[in-house]
Design a binder for this molecule. Structure first.
Ligand SMILES: Cc1ncc(COP(=O)(O)O)c(C=O)c1O
Length: 389
């Protein structure tokens, strides 16, 4: 009989999915199982486990109860059959691509990707027998043209790191599926609270869990969500790469994910406020924030995440008028925004990219007025070019 129970809401599932009181002790909240191996009561039990009749944990990198709870929670939130947790976001990226592209496979990837992902595609993949073509993911003809007989996947970030270019996930999924290819989406910037890529046609969803899923900058982790068979294959590659998530990271992430929807709404509302403030300021040259109506990807972004002003995530990039001369004085005047790389934490992080004018802001959940005051204090220090008469 079909289950007629109404599906619980996203906020409820963020708290409860994948969790139950510990069966042996009744402990409320998933305990951290910090052990490497699992004992069998008898040879019969081992045989039953090997035959798949009575599943049993075996060895920590192949599965751990704390990590499994997190995997169940994240698969539930992304709306996928399964998930595999990884030691970092890059472990998730590498295991997924190596699994898909083994034996001389090729991937068509966006040219706008997190730097280490792009470097993996261009520098590591070729030496492992794979190949990548990087294209403007906004140009569907270029994506189609780059697909060849060896292509095994299309890979994008919906809101790219760090330039916040918007990828049209449903359109890219249609192109990929016309060629029988999976669309792989790195959803780190938005999280399932704002975008569930499989609802828009994606096949595999990757996260650096180090960022919004954790929310507190205390652990490194990653996850890949998708169909059971694909996730199992990625899990096997991950095992050989030694990229399993630690129980401690999973335990911290189980706590972090409970507040994900609350945090994402506040990150988004604060980012919207600061993007508008920056865009209107004379010391700012341009702002990349998909929530701004004049952002080139705004209409596509609205189709992906909805129309609310707190729906566009907490990330924005901008540059100062007059180029790099103002970056030092601006950053050194800030008292609340922390000069640090990474993103997705409760506290606002600001990062200038080397050799460009680009400054990335990971907007935190502080009082928006305090963040505005801090940025305005910095902007006051930016030397403005003298206007020509
Ligand atoms: C979009 C994106 N994907 C993947 C990663 C890699 O994650 P990790 O640092 O957890 O390996 C990052 C890290 O910044 C990222 O921003």
């Amino acid at each position: 009989m079909p289950d007629s129970t109404p599906r619980l809401g996203f906020d409820t599932r963020s708290v409860h999915a994948g969790e139950a009181p510990d069966p042996s002790t009744g402990a409320h909240g998933v305990p951290m199982y910090q052990n490497a191996t699992y004992a069998f009561r008898s040879y019969d039990q081992l045989e039953a486990s090997r035959a798949g009749r009575a599943p049993h944990f075996l060895y920590a990198p192949r599965g751990n109860p704390t990590v499994r709870s997190l995997e169940l929670k994240l698969a539930d939130l992304e709306g996928t059959e399964a998930a595999v947790a990884t030691a970092s976001g890059m472990a998730a990226v590498a295991a997924t691509l190596l699994h898909l592209l083994g034996n001389g496979g090729h991937v068509v990837a966006s040219a706008d990707l997190y730097e280490q992902t792009a470097l993996f595609l261009t520098e590591d993949l070729p030496s492992l027998g794979g190949a990548a073509t990087l294209v403007d993911a906004g140009d569907l003809d270029a994506v189609t043209a780059a697909i060849g007989p060896a292509t095994r996947a299309v890979y994008v970030e919906p809101f790219s790191n760090p330039r916040l270019r918007v990828a049209d996930v449903p359109a890219l999924a249609a192109v990929a599926h016309r060629h029988d290819l999976p669309l792989v989406v790195d959803n780190t910037f938005l999280s399932p609270a704002l975008l569930r890529p499989v609802e828009h046609g994606a096949d595999l969803v990757i996260h650096s869990a180090t960022k919004y899923l954790s929310g507190h900058g205390q652990v490194q982790g990653g996850v890949v969500c998708g169909r059971r068979e694909a996730v199992a294959g990625i899990g096997r590659t991950l095992l050989r790469l030694g990229g399993a998530m630690s129980p401690f990271a999973a335990w911290m992430l189980l706590a972090g994910v409970k507040t994900l929807p609350l945090r994402m709404a506040r990150h988004g509302a604060n980012a919207d406020h600061l993007a508008r403030l920056l865009a209107a300021h004379r010391a700012v040259c341009h702002v990349d924030y998909p929530g701004l109506p004049d952002h080139p990807g705004h209409a596509t972004a609205r189709r992906l995440v909805g129309a609310g002003e707190d729906r566009f995530g907490g990330m924005l990039s901008f540059s100062l008028r007059g180029g790099s001369a103002g970056i030092g004085p601006f950053l050194d005047a800030l008292k609340l925004c922390t000069l640090a790389v990474s993103l997705g934490e409760c506290g606002t992080l600001i990062w200038p990219f080397a050799c460009t004018d680009l400054i990335r802001l990971s907007v935190g959940i502080e009082d928006p007025a305090d963040l505005a005051t801090d940025l305005l204090r910095g902007l006051d220090r930016v030397p403005l070019p003298v206007a020509a008469d």
